[in-house]
Ligand binder design. Structure first.
Ligand SMILES: Cc1cc2nc3c(=O)[nH]c(=O)nc-3n(C[C@H](O)[C@H](O)[C@H](O)COP(=O)(O)OP(=O)(O)OC[C@H]3O[C@@H](n4cnc5c(N)ncnc54)[C@H](O)[C@@H]3O)c2cc1C
Length: 315
C-alpha cells in the first residue's frame, strides 16, 4: 500500500500549494504507516524536483515524454497506471483546474471513492471519514468512503507546509500513454496580469467604490503588492469591472493567502467565494458591515482616504 501525490508544475516550477499537498500526503502516509510517493509529469529541471525532497517523499517518480498537451485522458490514464504500479490506496490531487479535471477520471478508472475539496486530515481511517466544505463553503460535511481506494483533492490553503527532509531518489516511471485526442495549436498568454484563481494576494472592491472611474487606486494597490484584482457581483453587473473578476457564490471561488475587501458589505453570497482565504482584511466605512465578522483585520474608514494612504505606506 502507498499514498501517491500528483504534483503539477507551472512552466517548470512548483508553487507553495505543491508543498502543502506533499505535507498533507506525508501526514496521511505516516498515519497509515505506508510510504508516500510523488509523481511529476512533463519537462522539469532536477533542481526543482529536488525541492520536493524537503516534504518527506519516499520516492519521486517522473515521466517526461508525452505530456506536452494537457489532455485529460492522457493524464488520467498515466496517473491511474502509476497508482496501480505503486499499489496506491490513496491518490491525492490539489483542488485546482487540473485536479478538478482529472481526479474524478482517475477515481473512475481505479474504482475508487472520490472526495473533492477536502479541507482537513481524515477524522478516522477505518471507517474512512473525512471533512469537506460543501454548499459554497457554508458548512462542513463529514464524508464516509467505503471503497478500498480513495482519491482526494485538497482545498488550497487548508493545510500548513511542514518540512520533513528526506533522501528520496528520483526515478523515471515507464507508462504506456494513449494518443492525445486534443491538441493545443496555440495559446494567447495574458501578460502582466495575474490569474485570479492562482493569485496568492487579491485586492477586491465593491459598490462602495461608486463607479468604474475610481478603480485606479484599486489597480495601483494591487500592482504595488503584486496582487490580482477582484470585485463583488453588483460591480460586474454594472459593467464597472469584467465578469471574470466577480467572486462569490455565482462567481469564482478563491482561497488566496490575503484577500483585501474594499467597500464590500460582506453579503453571504460574496463571503461564500472568499471564506477560505487565509487572511481577510476589510476596509469599510460602516463599522457594522458584515464583512468585519469574517475579517481578520479591519479598517473602519473611507476607502478614498484609506487606500491612497495604504499605497503610500506600502511604497
Ligand atoms: C442568488 C444570489 C447570488 C449572488 N451571488 C453573488 C456573488 O457571487 N458575489 C457577490 O459579491 N454578490 C453576490 N450576490 C449579491 C449579494 O447579495 C450582495 O448584494 C453583494 O455582494 C453586495 O455587493 P457590495 O458589497 O459590493 O455592495 P453593497 O452591499 O452595496 O456594499 C457596499 C459597501 O461599501 C461600503 N462603503 C460605501 N462607501 C464606502 C467608502 N467610501 N469607503 C468604504 N466603504 C464604503 C458600505 O458601507 C457597504 O458596506 C448574490 C445575490 C443573490 C441573490
Amino acid at each position: 500500500m502507498s499514498v501517491l501525490v500528483y504534483t503539477e508544475n507551472w512552466d517548470g516550477k512548483f508553487k507553495k500549494s505543491t508543498f502543502e499537498l506533499l505535507s498533507y500526503g506525508k501526514k496521511i502516509a505516516q498515519d497509515m504507516g505506508v510510504p508516500m510517493y510523488v509523481l511529476s509529469f512533463g519537462e522539469i529541471a532536477n533542481d526543482e524536483l529536488e525541492k520536493l525532497k524537503n516534504y518527506g517523499p519516499d520516492k519521486i517518480f517522473k515521466a517526461i515524454e508525452g505530456f506536452d498537451q494537457l489532455d485529460n485522458e492522457v493524464y488520467a490514464s498515466a496517473i491511474s497506471q502509476a497508482a496501480e504500479k505503486l499499489d496506491a490506496t490513496m491518490v491525492i490531487f490539489a483542488q485546482d483546474n487540473v485536479g478538478n479535471a482529472i481526479a474524478g477520471r482517475v477515481a473512475a478508472r481505479l474504482k475508487a471513492g472520490m472526495i473533492a475539496a477536502v479541507s482537513a486530515l481524515p477524522i478516522s481511517y477505518d471507517p474512512f471519514i473525512i471533512k469537506k466544505k460543501i454548499y459554497t463553503n457554508k458548512v462542513f460535511g463529514h464524508i464516509k468512503v467505503n471503497a478500498n481506494i480513495k482519491v482526494l483533492s485538497l482545498s488550497k490553503n487548508t493545510f500548513e507546509v511542514i518540512e520533513n527532509p528526506s533522501s528520496a531518489e528520483i526515478e523515471t516511471i515507464a507508462l504506456d500513454l494513449p494518443t492525445a485526442k486534443t491538441k493545443v495549436e496555440s495559446t494567447d498568454k495574458v501578460t502582466g496580469k495575474l490569474l485570479l484563481t492562482d493569485a496568492e494576494l487579491v485586492v477586491s472592491a465593491g459598490r462602495g467604490l461608486k463607479g468604474t472611474e475610481n478603480w485606479g487606486m484599486i489597480e495601483e494597490l494591487a500592482q504595488t503588492i503584486g496582487a490580482a484584482t477582484a470585485c463583488s457581483r453588483p460591480v460586474s453587473d454594472e459593467g464597472w469591472r469584467p465578469h471574470t473578476e466577480h467572486v462569490g457564490q455565482t462567481g469564482k471561488i478563491i482561497a488566496p493567502n490575503l484577500y483585501i475587501a474594499i467597500g464590500i458589505s460582506g453579503a453571504i453570497q460574496h463571503v461564500g467565494g472568499i471564506s477560505s482565504s487565509k487572511c481577510i482584511v476589510a476596509i469599510n466605512k460602516d463599522p457594522d458591515a458584515p464583512i468585519f465578522e469574517v475579517a481578520d483585520y479591519g479598517i473602519i474608514g473611507d476607502a478614498f482616504k484609506v487606500v491612497p494612504e495604504l499605497i503610500d505606506a506600502l511604497k
